[in-house]
Design a protein around this ligand. Structure first.
Ligand SMILES: [Zn+2]
Length: 99
């Protein structure tokens, strides 16, 4: 799931270095098909907790900046060619409470 989150976030990357997603949007795009065992063939979405843990892991590894969450993933400035001073910067539509 981690690599897929990075791929979706890169695809959604804005000039600001942020990638924004709607509520539960990441869970929707991260849906997967159960390959074996009970429920084989079913399409399931990862849990909200699972997505949060994956983003935290990627943040701990330095792939995302601290404060990233399921609706706003922030890439470290050094990993993107654009930055906060880039033209077309749009304000972050929402921050996680308490960050
Ligand atoms: Zn943002």
């Amino acid at each position: 799931m981690d690599v897929r989150i990075v791929a979706f976030a890169r695809a959604r990357l804005e000039f600001s270095g942020h990638a924004h997603f709607g509520r539960s949007e990441l869970r929707e795009v991260l849906a997967y098909v159960v390959k074996s065992g009970p429920g084989a063939g079913e399409i399931r979405k990862p849990t909200r907790h699972g997505v949060t843990k994956a983003i935290q892991r990627l943040t701990d590894w330095g792939v995302f900046s601290p404060g990233s969450w399921s609706e706003c993933i922030v890439f470290p400035g050094m990993s993107v060619q654009n930055g906060s001073k880039a033209q077309g910067e749009k304000p972050c539509p929402g921050r996680q409470p308490g960050s």
